[in-house]
Structure formats: structure tokens, C-alpha cells
Design a protein around this ligand. Structure first.
Ligand code: OAA
Ligand code: MG
Length: 391
């Protein structure tokens, strides 16, 4: 068995939405296909992957470095001796050979995207949904049959008033979500409080609402928001300050008893470990949002989960950023706390299987082999078309 070819292509996912830090007017995303010589149902097995929103496509890194490095390995060196399948760990080691530690910039996106496609291929070759393969290999065969998901949106958008924000949230609730998330921090505190109260009119209790500042605040502003948010009893207060400012995060915990969330912009298990060591995050109430597609993939994610366990953190406190099916599989197979969902934004790289609706804030996974992209028609078509002829 061998990888015959790896293709990558950058596609656009631009839109008019904005959070407190960036707009998405130029946003792109890498797609990857790992083509194997294994044949199933008369066709070669192909694993697919893409990177989550927020970081741009990393095609050049893949083309110039990671794909040639992997393809120049001897095929046998990438095989799992135990079952003859591709070995994501050996593939990862090859991808990262001759890479210095530290500086986890865009290369973590390139490797994370290839890693996603590798796991899709591995699960397809094994003939199982990825979540089932993960549970069988690493959790004694026990998978979660459904995963808690929340609807992320509530972006700033030109001309969008509170009525439009309320309509958006109402439509998420109509589609089976209980908890929703909205952006804060791009406007004044007073204006954000008006927006929050408008959303609470729709979702009722503060426990049904998360707010996300996207790392915009300095300590003073983060604390001012914390004081103002306290009475609402929100589900979480997300990424108040710069993702690498662990001291800010730790100080904020002295001003806010409610749950906080962060981690989507930490791209390695070492960075995650620094957050746990220095960020004052509380294992009894806070949430961790590392996203495998941005942070060297599932091979690295397992190191992060091991690190968390060593530090007394339950995997149930992890709810990945990104709203993709890869993290949904990890959540179900490795027992995370849930997963983000984008019911509407970042199309078609959003939402889950076409055939499965969200019910009571939870979603099940399809039973087809792999990550499940084939049960998501618009996404699958986009990736197939982009990757038909390669980069
Ligand atoms: O707006 C973004 O960059 C996405 C984000 O923070 C999230 O999904 O939590
Ligand atoms: Mg966020």
C-alpha cells in the first residue's frame, strides 16, 4: 500500500462577516487530497482534508516542503506494521523531520490539513467511520453516539441590527441548537450589552449564550467586560485577550467566576501546556478550544489530550474550534465535551452530515467510512472539483 499522490488547492471562503479582530473579506482555505493505491468499490481510496477558518490556506508550505518531503519517503516506512494500513504517526514524523521546535506558525496549518486527509484515508481503508476507529483503537471500543454542539455566529455584518441578530439566533434554535455564540468586542461595551440582551430575549437563559471577543481586549477592557457580563450567567466568555497572553488570562480569572474559554489560536501541545501552566484556567469550569486542523492535526492533538490528562484536566472540558467533521469525530471517538458548529457561516466548510439533523443540541455521526465528507454534498463537491487536477 502506498500514497500515490497528494494534491492541494486553495479555495476562497470570503464573506462580509467580521469579528472583533478580522474581517473575512479575503479568507481562504486549503483543501488536500491524499490519493492511495488501495481500491474500494472499484475506486482508489482518497482521503480529504481542509483547514478551519481564521487562518489562511497554506498551499505554498505544502507544495514547497511538506508534500515533497512525504512523497520522497519510502512507502514502507509510512505503513503501520500491525495492520498494514497507513500510519498517521509515522507520516507525521516524516512531515516534521528537519523542522525545529517552537515558532508554531502557519506550518501547523499545513501539517494539520494533510493529517486530516491521512486520517480520512486510514478510516476508509479500515472500512469504519473515523470516530469508531478512534474509539476502537484508543478508548476500549466505547464511542459517544452523539456530540453536544453549539451554533456559532452572531458576527458583525454591514447594516446588521439587533433584529437581524435575533432572527439569526432564532433560526439556530429552530434548527435544534440550544446554545448559541455571538461576537463581542468590535463595538462599545454599551452597544455589545444591547446586542447581548437582544439575543437573551431569544435564547432565554444566559446559560444558552457564549460570547467571543477574538483576543481583542487589553486587561483593562477584558476586566470591564467581565464585570458587565457577570450578571448574565453566560455559558462562556471566550478569548478575551491575546491568545499568548497567559498572564492576562490568569488575572482575568480573579475578576470573573463564570466559565471562560480559549485555545483556538494555540497550535501545539507545548503552547497548550503553557496555557495550562500559566493561564489560570480552571479545570472545574473553563473550556479549551484547540483545533486540530490548525494545530498539526490529530497526531499532535493526542499529545495535547495526554498533556491535559497529566495535568488533571478531563477531555470533557475540550470543545474544539472550527465546526468541522474532523473534530466531531474526535469528540465522539475520544470523548471530548462537544464541538463548535457553524450552521450558516463559512459555507461550504461548515455544518455536519446532510442526512443528520441537530436535535436538542446534539448531533450524531454518519456510519460511512472516513470522516463523513461524502455525506455533505456541497462540501464534497467543492473539494472534489478543487482537487480534480491538483495544485
Ligand atoms: O471568528 C472567528 O475567527 C472564529 C472563532 O473565533 C470561533 O469560531 O470561535
Ligand atoms: Mg473564537
Amino acid at each position: 500500500m502506498r500514497i500515490v499522490e497528494i494534491r492541494e488547492k486553495t479555495v476562497g471562503i470570503k464573506s462580509d462577516i467580521a469579528n472583533a479582530y478580522i474581517d473575512f473579506s479575503q479568507m481562504t482555505c486549503s483543501t488536500v487530497a491524499v490519493i492511495t493505491d488501495v481500491v474500494r468499490d472499484g475506486k482508489p481510496v482518497i482521503g480529504y482534508g481542509f483547514n478551519s477558518n481564521g487562518r489562511y490556506g497554506a498551499g505554498r508550505l505544502m507544495r514547497e516542503r511538506f508534500i515533497p518531503r512525504l512523497m520522497s519517503a519510502s512507502p514502507d516506512s509510512l505503513i503501520d506494521a500491525a495492520d498494514g494500513n497507513l500510519d498517521p504517526f509515522r507520516i507525521w514524523a516524516r512531515l516534521m523531520s528537519n523542522e525545529k521546535p517552537g515558532g508554531h506558525g502557519e506550518r501547523s496549518v499545513a501539517v494539520g490539513t494533510i493529517d486530516m486527509a491521512v486520517w480520512d484515508a486510514v478510516a476508509k481503508i479500515a472500512g469504519k467511520p473515523l470516530y469508531r476507529l478512534l474509539a476502537d483503537r484508543y478508548r476500549g471500543g466505547v464511542a459517544d453516539e452523539s456530540v453536544w454542539v453549539y451554533a456559532a455566529g452572531g458576527y458583525y455584518y454591514p447594516g446588521k441590527g439587533v433584529e437581524a441578530l435575533q432572527d439569526e439566533m432564532r433560526s439556530y434554535r429552530d434548527r435544534g441548537y440550544k446554545v448559541v455564540k455571538m461576537k463581542i468586542g468590535a463595538t462599545s461595551l454599551e452597544d455589545d450589552l444591547r446586542r447581548i440582551e437582544a439575543v437573551l430575549e431569544v435564547v432565554g437563559d444566559g446559560r444558552n449564550l457564549c460570547v467571543d471577543a477574538n483576543g481583542r481586549f487589553d486587561l483593562k477592557t477584558a476586566v470591564a467586560y467581565a464585570e458587565a457580563l457577570k450578571p448574565y450567567g453566560l455559558f462562556w466568555y471566550e478569548e478575551a485577550g491575546d491568545p499568548l497572553d497567559y498572564a492576562l488570562q490568569a488575572e482575568l480569572a480573579n475578576h470573573y467566576d463564570g466559565p471562560m474559554a480559549t485555545g483556538e489560536n494555540l497550535f501545539s501541545h507545548q503552547d497548550a501546556r503553557n496555557l495550562i501552566r500559566h493561564g489560570g484556567m480552571r479545570p472545574d469550569r473553563d473550556w479549551l478550544q484547540f483545533d486540530c486542523a490548525l494545530s498539526y492535526g490529530l497526531v499532535e492533538y493526542m499529545r495535547t489530550l495526554d498533556m491535559l490528562a497529566e495535568n488533571g484536566w478531563s477531555s470533557r472540558r475540550v470543545v474544539p474550534h472550527g465546526g468541522h467533521q474532523m473534530s466531531l469525530n474526535i469528540a465522539a471517538g475520544l470523548h471530548l465535551g462537544g464541538n463548535e458548529s457553524y450552521p450558516d457561516v463559512f459555507k461550504p466548510f461548515c455544518g455536519f452530515a446532510d442526512s443528520i439533523a441537530v436535535e436538542d443540541g446534539r448531533v450524531r455521526l454518519p456510519s460511512l467510512p472516513g470522516i463523513g465528507f461524502e455525506d455533505k454534498a456541497e462540501l464534497f463537491r467543492t473539494m472534489r472539483e478543487a482537487l480534480e487536477t491538483g495544485g
